[in-house]
Design a protein. Sequence first.
Length: 139
Amino acid sequence: MKEHSFSENELLINGVPISGFAEGDDVITFSRRVDQVSDVVGADGEMSIAISADKSGVATVRLQQTSSSNALLGAIVNAVDAGVFVPVTVQSFNTGNGDIAAGTKGYIRKPADMTRGTGINSQDWELVVEKLYMLTGVA
């Protein structure tokens, strides 16, 4: 039998553990920005493929508005606004099933949108990285 618990996940941004995630099944998402392989099929039906060297990706992190980790990410955005670029790295690992994702040489795309009301809202942060590596279930 296999089991899953979000408590087995760790997420680090610039080496700092992130906490205060929003609710839901997609609070941490990693994705490549381009297809790894593309193809062209000629008039005679012969296929040629091109393998992309582009390994860039996006990590999206959804936090509760009350998460103290918003301050860290906001400080990085504010530094850029002040003319100081702060590069971002992101690392995620699951101690239960061995999933690993890591992104290097990145930046935060923009400040998270702010929505406020009577309940606890979420804030989505998008981190774009030059190289994104993902290993699924390596344990």
